[in-house]
Design a protein around this ligand. Sequence first.
Ligand code: DGY
Length: 325
Amino acid sequence: MAKPKVFATHPLFGAARQILQEGCDVEYWAKPERPPREEVLRRVKDKEGLICLLTEKINDELLRAAPKLRVAANVAVGFDNIDVAACTKRGVVATNTPGVLDETTADFAWTLLMAVARRLGEGEALARSGNWKGWDLDQLVGTDVWGKTLGIVGFGRIGRAVARRASGFQMKVIYTDAVHARVELERDLQVEFREMNALLAESDFISAHVPLLPETRRLFDAPKFHRMKPTAFLINTSRGPVVDEAALVAALESGKIAGAGLDVYENEPFIHPGLKRANVVLAPHIASASLETRTKMACMAAENVVALFQGQRPANMLNPEVLKR
Ligand code: DGY
């Protein structure tokens, strides 16, 4: 019997390719740059499976171009690139990769936090420039991390992993979320719940860990920046549109907040020029980018596809109702 045809918009990693090779006939996009939209639309025409990255929009246009499609597997936990309702309407299973990237992403939120607090970006540039004249008492003085208050906005798996790391820095950790965590969990992690406005006013560092939803779009806007301490820093490893970038630039320019550490942007790969300032540490959406984690993400997407074609339920379905029919 012919194997189901799959298009992967990336060569993936060897371990993921191995999972796929048995049961699927996979066409891989092998060029270093992301595939142009027309190319994706052309290649999905005869495919039953699609493995995609968050840079591909899985919407009505794509689904129309892929009449045989049965599964679209995102190699990412965030799935704001997928119109899940449109997939459901056409009976296409959509999947993501939750759980495997929490710790790696939490590590990176801390990387940004430490880097911006201790002015690592500026220090690194100076050390490489050839202009460093030697030690000086007030050279690149930053702000302490230890002993400060960390505010976590969005207390899911990644927010909790960020919280766990704070105890080594003797920090007070507060969080806000649509739902309160269980009392035992709050006790174990030594965290306290705050309403958003209280968290904004109290935190020295605020780290965003919410998914991109209509209600979280531009969650951090001008009024929120007004509520923050002028010495506070915003860290964002979630999704760019969670922050109103123009308002953030204005807050940084006027000294409403002290700085930011950013991994994600409103219109990637465009970065607002106003963010390219000394008190902002910028990264190109790499919070989950360890080889171990990215390999696990690719394998998870591959397993989701293989499971569906073997007549099983993929482990990470975003629209399980498709298979209940
Ligand atoms: C995701 O998985 O949603 C990240 O943004 C990439 O790891």
